[in-house]
Write a protein that binds this ligand. Sequence first.
Ligand code: PEP
Ligand code: MG
Length: 688
Amino acid sequence: MSKFVYAFNEGSKDLTELLGEKGANLSEMTRIGLPVPFGFTVTSQACNQYVLDGCTISEDICREIFAKLEELEEVTGKKFGSKQDPLLVAVRASAGCAGAAIPGAVLNLGLNDAIAECLKQTGNSEFVDDCRRKLQQTYAETVGSGKVPEDPREQLLAAIAAIFSAWNSSLDGDTDAVEAGVSEVGIAVCVQAMAFGNLGEDSCVGIAHSRSPQSGEKKLCGEFWQNTKVPVSDRSAAKPLDEMAELFPAAFADLVRISEVLEKYFLDMQDMEFVVTCGKLYMVQTGTAKRTAAAAVKAAADMACEGLISKEMAVLRVEPGKAPGARSACSEEFEKILSWADEIRTLKIRANLDGAEDLKIAAEMGAEGIGLCRTEYILLREEHMPALCQLLIAENEQQKKLAAERLFQCQKKGFKAVFKAMEDKPVAIRLMDAPLSAILPREESDAEKIAAQTGISVGRMKEAFEQFREMNPMLGHRGCRLAVTYPEIAQLQTRAIMEAAIEIQQESEIEIAPEIMVPLIGIDKEMEFVKDIVVRTAQRCCEERGCVIRFYVGTMIEVPRAALIADKIAREVDFFSFGASDLTQMTFGFSRDDTEVMIAEYIRKGILTEDPFRTIDRDGIGSLMETAVKAGRQAKPTLKIGLCGEHGGDPASIAFCHQLGLNYVSCRPQLLFAARIAAAQAAIRDKK
Ligand code: PEP
Ligand code: MG
């Protein structure tokens, strides 16, 4: 038979799902002998049962609740419903997971008119009135606006039922919660003997943080309300926690000590709630502290340096995407976390280059190389458009040669800058990928302008644009297909890469070994064809310059067919680099540029759980990647494999790449810090 109610001394953090975080932590505090007013927790399973029973608390559960209430009476020496020395309790919701909608606490349950009258006769009627008022107010907020019932047991059950019901209705129609499995977890309820912070000037209630939630600095902070006759939400009456040292020296000393005990016990920053009754401190709850990104970084680094947690745990504590934002607030600690992440991770992290300014960011943010230099950022600049048109359209061979030379020079200059900045780090430069139909000017006025600049007739220009027009450019004349139809583009790009490498190697005396990457391969013969152009051109460059340059030829894996015949392709190349955006586009058949709104709708309707253009879809794309990695490495054990493009900055995708045993991921340079941390987290979780 299920057990629906646990006394505080029966629970533990292993039962967090049943007891909620609050209930589990109250049990832990009780077990380690901290001053916690005794009580019990009605489990989240009881909540589920309540919902299943049509929103009623079953007799069995009632019986268990009252049995535990009797135990509580024994421990406190007070009686629930007694007029002489009544036991009053606080009832609080205790959620098992973050993000749950939690109703507020109901205080002083067990008080009624008759008991209040009786208590007043023994003195301190101000205190009794205040307790009564707080009961009415908190009861109205959580249970409803009706009068508080006279029967204390009825009050207690109504408060528990109200929390269960609030939980149930907060989930109504909330598909996110249902999907997250939150609805199956339910909510627990803690029933705890009241500790009074309103018994006089030597009483107070307060909240304390073991470290600053804003900065993470190791200093107990928070606020308290002395002899509180106002709701804790009234901030005007709050005093900073520092003042407690003078007003409540003994209780404050205890709080400082307990805060350290709790951090050591839970190994994390704590948010605590306490009550001081006639000078004596009681802990009424503790939990993992909420914190800013900066506080998360600082506290994690400090706690590791204090020996409280390991470096691995510290790295796991920071959210990759938020951590970089903390850099200016706590740069020393941020650098520590980053250096530990670098020690731990096995994936190399490179940067994608989409413009000259990316190069600076990549170098500053610790890129271990360039995983994708999209050459379009140089080649397709407006000033180069006439030359590109001449190369593709002009009928005059002399003109074509001049155009090729001009494009070669501008590419070479750009590549030299990349090699120079990256020194001996690997640089993968991708041959032109963009579809011609999308890059050549389409407007009549542009055609006229270029015609005037190049000497190509307007008629020829228009005819050529017509010829390049495509219904579906992303599946059209792009990627390696350009190298097949216009080998001169691949030749001039290879020559630019090789000459740039030769010159920088000669200038710097650092070995430069370019990686030449071919996009959109789907057929092994296609790879053979393009590789032949690249290798022959590269060798010719070396011969002409009398210089030996090591270079590598690789392919992007972004056409599903390439993943399926990876063994054949691997025999032709030195490396693979997954282009997961195109792979996703072609495998799902979703346009990567037009489906954002539709995908959001798919997610809302539960058809997809994630945007596959942001996070790799493990089932489909992941399976193709796995196939490619296995087949590729089987055919060529030395094959280097990476992933470049947008997914390279996504922590979940990085974790997947780690699991697949890739050598590197390459991300937007702005995401390098986050990627370095995410790669370390993946390695830590993998070891676990
Ligand atoms: C990709 O398709 O994932 C990729 C890296 O190439 P691009 O984004 O340039 O198409
Ligand atoms: Mg691509």
